[in-house]
Design a protein around this ligand. Sequence first.
Ligand code: HEC
Length: 149
Amino acid sequence: MYERMRSNHRNRCFKMCNPAIAYNRTSMKRKISALALLPLVIWSCYYNKEDELYGANGACNTDNVTYATTVTGLLTAYGCLGCHTGPSPEGNINLQGHANVKAVAGSGRLYGAISHAPGYHPMPHGGTKMNQCDITRIKAWIDAGAPNN
Ligand code: HEC
């Protein structure tokens, strides 16, 4: 009995006092605290971006919306170009190049699809709806006559 307690004790002490194991624990703790900071970092980036998009008064900023920067940037960022380019684009909708995007915009299908309007296939296909300000910015470009700016 005494012998067993002693060996148990030694075993426990080995786990607690072994420097290799103790080191592992602190590095684990460090990893965990780094992970805990991650959402904060992501949140602060997102917050900055929203600030820029919505401006000081909280309204969506549709100033300086252009085809080259805004529209192409959003079609790329939301992965639209991954499915809608090349010789046989998905749904026969080509979103590469101003003339193609203007044609899809002019038919009402671009806004219908991204705003998830009834009667249109919701885009991005199988993905999360675009954020409202981004939809509004594309709409501002369409309403301006889909210029090649
Ligand atoms: C994973 C591939 C994929 C992605 C990503 C994707 N689409 Fe589509 N898209 C399709 C398919 C497939 C169709 C054909 C309709 C259907 O099956 O839903 C389609 C159809 C469309 C249509 C025609 C809709 C209609 O009802 O007439 C438009 C416009 C369109 N997509 C725009 C976009 C835009 C803008 C994005 C990005 C926000 C996007 N798509 C992202 C696959 C995709």
